[in-house]
Design a protein around this ligand. Structure first.
Ligand SMILES: Nc1nc2c(ncn2[C@@H]2O[C@H](COP(=O)(O)OP(=O)(O)OP(=O)(O)O)[C@@H](O)[C@H]2O)c(=O)[nH]1
Ligand SMILES: [Mg+2]
Length: 196
């Protein structure tokens, strides 16, 4: 029996560094940023969920369910993750942000291999230098733990990982795969780099 893996693309933040423009919908090389993420992730998972807290109608046009944070207080990425964990029947949930257009095409397979070989509960990706705190593969059953963490007023994602058997999946061979676009300047730089 093969494992079912679903994904959530987090697009629920306020995008302050992007001037408040909804980052997933901001265009990079004539495509909304989230579409780049969808194209990278789609071949790797069964279902995709889009997590957004505004412009839900625009996000729905990509053809996937749009889920909004259960807690509307912009509590950070964990709020999107916990909502997605309650909306999937999958064995594993892949979590990615909407602002990483060059995600690895072997993201799931390498993270899954790492989890299963180490008997871990979740994996976080690394570009070889830094962990990517919102690129994760986790078991949706961790929802209760995340709920208790948020209910206790905690928000820092790495403190939550520390409570679990978390392994790092290393993508040092693809150092550009996690290029993260947070500002108009970063978007411009990436657009130029892709065009080269
Ligand atoms: N669901 C949800 N996702 C969030 C929230 N805050 C951030 N995120 C997502 O987490 C990921 C990483 O966050 P950032 O890159 O800092 O995005 P951001 O918070 O929208 O941007 P800044 O306001 O500029 O920090 C992005 O995919 C965001 O959409 C939130 O309150 N709820
Ligand atoms: Mg970011």
């Amino acid at each position: 029996m093969s494992l079912q893996i679903d994904a959530v693309i987090l697009a629920g933040g306020m995008a302050r560094r992007m001037g408040g423009n909804d980052k997933g919908l901001v265009e990079l090389n004539a495509q909304p940023m989230i579409k780049h993420a969808i194209d990278r992730i789609k071949p790797q998972v069964k279902e995709i969920l889009i997590n957004a807290n505004r412009n839900q109608t625009s996000y729905a046009e990509f053809g996937y369910p749009v889920i909004s944070d259960e807690d509307t207080g912009y509590l950070g990425p964990l709020a999107g993750m916990i909502t997605a964990m309650g909306n999937t029947q999958a064995d594993y949930l892949l979590v990615v942000p909407c602002d990483c257009p060059l995600l690895p095409t072997d993201l799931v397979s390498r993270m899954l291999e790492k989890i299963e070989s180490q008997g871990a509960e979740l994996a976080v990706a690394s570009d070889g230098k830094r962990e990517q705190p919102v690129v994760l593969l986790l078991k949706p059953g961790l929802r209760d733990s995340m709920k208790a963490f948020l209910d206790a007023g905690e928000r820092k994602i790495d403190f939550w990982y520390a409570k679990h058997h978390c392994v790092v999946a290393d993508f040092a061979d693809q150092p550009n795969a996690f290029v993260n676009v947070n500002t108009p300047e970063q978007k411009q730089q990436l657009a130029e780099a892709i065009a080269k």
